[in-house]
Design a protein around this ligand. Structure first.
Ligand code: PLP
Length: 464
């Protein structure tokens, strides 16, 4: 399979290069040149598959021509074996026709494991086939760093250096990163904010000499491989609820729009999905867009669902590319506008195309607690603040009652114990496999917010 950039100026690449490159050279994001659509009959035949086998079946066409194509079944089996539920992504029924899909049974208790566990294996295999190494550098405010570390720990061809703002991530999140005992994992607490950490990463990537010297790579959600892996749980849910012979709807708490876009991919691959009910917190750039057709940047404010505290939803660019009939120039114009004036307006036809599948709703912190409470009182299910945003998006919709709704639960409640406790007075407990988290030895270094010192550190700890 070949992949093209949403800005239309970068060369088409095969899977292996798309995996290692992440962002396209023209600033765009990669998408497959065609959608591998499956017939209803082909989908039906996948109903009986285990999660790992379904992951192979769904993602195989994207790896056509890759050096590691034949390894895919084994990669998927290995990637999902550490998950702590036999179904990998189990669903619980919340109401007459509403389901919650628990996407928190991976090693770090958030949905990012579902893609990053696979991506860690993909990196390792592609790099050993090419006899290359890379250095991953990243900044995290919490979930991404721990999921990336869990995915890369012990991988022969990868060194990973994750910076977090000192004293500004939750204890669970910090411990999930710093207690990983692997010689290729390096945690750095930066004396600064999350924005400072991100600026350091950006500067390292903009320093071409340094970037080439260390084979820098990133694992953020603009990487196509992550999106590809996330389409699998949409298929898993749809098939379990009668798809492809019956449409389903999904409620998705989203920030960067990666998760919602993965659902769109599943629909392009032939699964009938009636609607995506997109939920945001007070940082509501997306839900404002769905109301007005205009994307306008505002400042970021901290919320109870910090993984969705974003200024721009980067992955929305992929949906725009589709809605504009794959016109890279049109997407470039919109993104230039966003860069220059902090806004763009989507034209009527593409806006209509998007509105036919997506709606948005916003939930403030006070109501987030109210939804954690009401969900617990009516169903007994403990949910985290991100999931509460999804529950609200599902309840707030005027979708036909006959269509089953699946709410994606993106984090385990014990990952955000303070918010849950302040909502219902119960402190959620970590699953048994993680119970020792507070006793494990932490390992991390501290550095000032200084580019030169950080670069020296990366150089000293990379094996490239
Ligand atoms: C990352 C994250 C999100 C947002 O995911 P997107 O891909 O930006 O839509 C939601 N919830 C949790 C718990 C997360 O970690």
């Amino acid at each position: 399979m070949r992949f093209q950039s949403t800005r239309g100026q970068a060369p088409e690449l095969g899977f292996d290069d798309v995996l290692l490159t992440g962002l396209a050279r023209d600033g765009g994001l990669y998408l497959p040149v065609t959608w591998p659509e499956r017939s209803a009959e082909e989908w039906r035949a996948m109903r009986e598959l285990s999660y790992a086998d379904l992951a192979t079946a769904v993602t195989q066409p994207f790896l056509a021509g890759s050096t590691i194509e034949a390894d895919l079944p084994e990669i998927m089996k290995e990637a999902y074996s550490p998950f702590d539920h036999p179904a990998v992504a189990p669903m619980v029924q919340l109401g007459a026709n509403t389901w919650l899909m628990e996407l928190y049974h991976g090693p770090t208790l958030a949905f990012k494991d579902y893609a990053l566990q696979v991506v860690g294996h993909l990196f390792d295999r592609v790099l050993s086939a090419k006899k290359e190494r890379i250095t991953i550098v990243g900044a995290t405010s919490g979930d991404t760093g721990s999921a990336a570390i869990a995915a890369c720990a012990g991988r022969e061809a990868v060194d990973i250096i994750i910076m977090h703002p000192k004293g500004r991530v939750s204890e669970v999140q910090r411990r999930q990163m710093t207690t990983v005992d692997a010689s290729n994992v390096h945690n750095v607490a930066i004396d600064g904010t999350f924005d400072d950490c991100q600026a350091l990463v950006k500067s390292m990537f903009n320093d071409q000499t340094f970037r080439d010297e260390l084979h820098l790579s990133a694992v953020n959600s603009i990487n196509w491989a992550r999106i590809m892996c996330q389409t699998v749980y949409y298929a898993y849910a749809a098939l379990a609820l009668g798809g492809p012979d019956r449409p389903v709807a999904f409620a998705v708490p989203t920030g960067n729009f990666g998760n919602a876009f993965a659902g769109y991919c599943a629909s392009r691959m032939g699964l009938p999905i009636a609607s995506f009910l997109v939920g945001s917190n007070r940082n509501d750039i997306l839900t404002r867009y769905f109301k007005t057709g205009e994307m306008t940047i505002e400042g970021v404010q901290p919320s109870l669902s910090p993984a969705m505290d974003i200024q721009i939803s980067s992955n929305f660019e992929r949906l725009l590319f589709e809605a504009y009939g794959r016109d890279g120039n049109a997407v470039t114009r919109l993104m230039d506008g966003l860069h220059q004036s902090g806004r763009y307006t989507v034209e009527p036809a593409p806006r209509e195309a998007i509105a036919s599948q997506f709606t948005g709703s916003r939930l403030c912190d006070e109501q987030t607690k109210a939804f954690i409470r009401s969900t617990y009182e009516t169903t007994g299910q403990l949910i985290d603040p991100h999931t509460a945003v999804g529950v609200h998006a599902a309840q707030n919709s005027d979708l036909d009652q006959a269509i089953p709704k699946v709410i994606l639960s993106t984090a385990h409640p014990a990952k955000f114990p303070d918010a849950v406790e302040s909502a219902i007075g119960i402190r959620p407990e970590l699953p048994p496999a993680m119970a020792g988290l507070y006793d494990l030895q932490e390992r991390y270094d501290e550095l000032p917010n200084n580019l030169k010192q950080v670069q020296d550190y990366v150089r000293a700890h990379s094996r490239v």
